[in-house]
Design a protein around this ligand. Structure first.
Ligand code: SF4
Ligand code: SF4
Length: 62
């Protein structure tokens, strides 16, 4: 799995919405009332959404 569910699983997603440009991502409120992304089963694991997330711990900024 390389999509933003990895960020959600780490518990560091803030629901900022930056990854929401992919048609396979949708936002629902989590148990805390905060928007949280979910990925559908058509995701190709291209990784573009991860590149948009500033909370990816593997991110390498220029
Ligand atoms: S870009 Fe990252 S922090 Fe923002 S909603 Fe997506 S996974 Fe969460
Ligand atoms: S298709 Fe790519 S951009 Fe869309 S959710 Fe999957 S990994 Fe992220």
């Amino acid at each position: 799995m390389d999509n933003i569910m990895r960020i959600v699983a780490l518990g560091v997603c803030t629901g900022c919405g930056a990854c929401g440009s992919c048609e396979h991502i949708s936002f629902m409120q989590n148990q805390y009332g905060v928007p949280a992304p979910t990925v559908d089963d058509q995701c190709t694991s291209c990784g573009k959404c991860i590149e948009l997330c500033i909370y990816d711990p593997n991110r390498e900024d220029d």
